[in-house]
Write a protein that binds this ligand. Sequence first.
Ligand code: NAP
Length: 614
Amino acid sequence: MAEPNRSFSGSDPDALEEKYRLERDRRRRVDRTSIHDLRSDDRFGRYRKDPFTPFTERDPVSKDCEVAIVGAGMGGTVVAARLSEQGIEDLCLLDEAGGFGGTWYWNRYPGVMCDIESTIYMPMLEEMRKTPSTRYAFGEEIREHFEAIADRYALRPASLFHTRVERTEWNEGGARWEITTDRGDRIRARFVIMAVGMLNLMKLPAIPGMERFEGHAFHTARWDYDYTGGGPGDWDELPGLHDKRVALIGTGSSGIQCVPPLAASAEQLYVFQRTPSAIGVRDNRPIPKDFATDLAPGWQAARMDNFAKTMLALPTDEDLIDDGWTRYYAPLLTPRVDYSRPLEEIMRQIAAIDHGVMDAHRDRVDAIVSDRGKAEILKPYYRYLCKRPCFHDEYLPAMDRDNVTLVDCPDGVEEITPDGLVANGTKYTVDCIVYATGFESESTPFQRRAGHPIVGRKGIDMEAKWRDGVRSLHGLMTSGFPNFFTMPNPYQQAVVTVTHTHVTVECADHIAKTLGAMHAKGVQAFDVTPEAEEAWTAEIVSKALDRSSFTEGCTPSRFNGEGSTEPANPRNGSYGGSAGDLFGYRALLADWRERGDFAGLEILPRAEDLAASD
Ligand code: NAP
């Protein structure tokens, strides 16, 4: 692939921008936000069923614990491990899934992998004495890593799986959180940590007629290996598809990863593409077993820092990761341009970098895909940060196969019939439809992602409290909800990092140390003061950048509300603005802990006093 930061070589950048506008407008025509709400629409409830772990009946559980953690994905597992390192082991984890791993529990589709380097994506590698087998780990290895963390920290006996929380409510009198579930459980916890995840709600587009489809259909986040054959991590052969015509809807990160195995097994694969992804080089390779042998303790944190610094254009001796993220994404996330120049010239310089990056991606399509018709359809025409980039080396070659038909449908799939799909007025008869249509975006309000009412002091509901925007301290606690933490989320006043693992491990560490310090001092209850919350929210708002002039020019995507022109709520921002100031945030949290006075919190020695103070 050509050098990324070369300038655009085309003779007419204005013509290219005009092409971007035309392509954007072709995709703006549809109602892109119309989805089936899988939680409330019974007709589609089956799409959520867990195909991986059999459901087992059990008696309802009624118990007290020190900390209840809602969610046993990356956030829940890591914060639980860190709490146990602080000596807080009386935990209860709850999850709708049948095991640990969150997104890696559910997403077991053929080809599933992580395109962030495993050495910085998989948390707690040093504690677990784990060297990932490849530079970009496949899903099973990541999921098994979370299972291994759970075993090492004895989290399994504390966990209730296939258990959906129905209500979390602060009990004023008992000064405890009370959690009720769909299994009839009643958990009373002094502290609650919400680790509900961010891309946790499957998105099923409301395509007319889909309920009438008589073939087989499922979402990538619930892969049906009983139908396709093969199994998680075992997808070289999907024998159930040998005589099947398969439709794949969606060409984001999940869709492109499952194309090569589908193309190798299906009789015929129809790929319905609304917007092409930018597909950069992945260059996966084995990691030597002795990779970490000579590295000093703390190497993983240092490597994560190195990646974050590179992304934020902070000084580093070396780019240790040196991949598509650091070569392509970083120059656009934090462009190294001469900011002393007039704004128009700065914008021109940034546009030139962007055009160069996207040109390199379009050239890559030309270099790999020999079918000229398909190659044209696969070329992305928009600015690089408009959509989440993808990295893959087998997707484009697979698209060249004779048994793969690429359907260019900027309007999306129009209709689903009992035996097929209609796009651009053409009918495609298929046996099976795979929805690789993704998830509700990171900007989905917290309570929707949590999926149940969370009721704090004086009966205040979290949904009502954050309806007009988030109010928090550090993006992790909020006034009126005593003894309550949420794990960080991009639109929730914590900080963003390019790999979500980084902010997750930092905040898990902070929450566990804070609770450890509270234990040491005999603190049993806290609430955030309204003043501290106001101050933090004001800090977030002060750094909020209005990015609408950029996103308005973008092709519709989840990063711009699918083409919405509504301005973003400045309260739903990130510490340090849009790229996030991870290092400032981390220093601030460390300083807050070191001072030891729990600034901004109302501390009461006994939980009962908190109830009495209302
Ligand atoms: P996604 O990126 O949101 O992609 C969904 C795809 O479905 C898009 O191509 C979308 O088209 C298409 N689509 C939606 N509705 C449609 C309709 N009605 N007709 C036709 N096409 C339709 O979802 P995803 O691929 O599951 O990825 C979600 C996120 O998960 C990623 O962005 C990433 O953050 C994470 N992920 C990460 C990895 C990794 O390697 N680290 C792997 C997988 C997923 P448009 O593009 O036009 O919207």
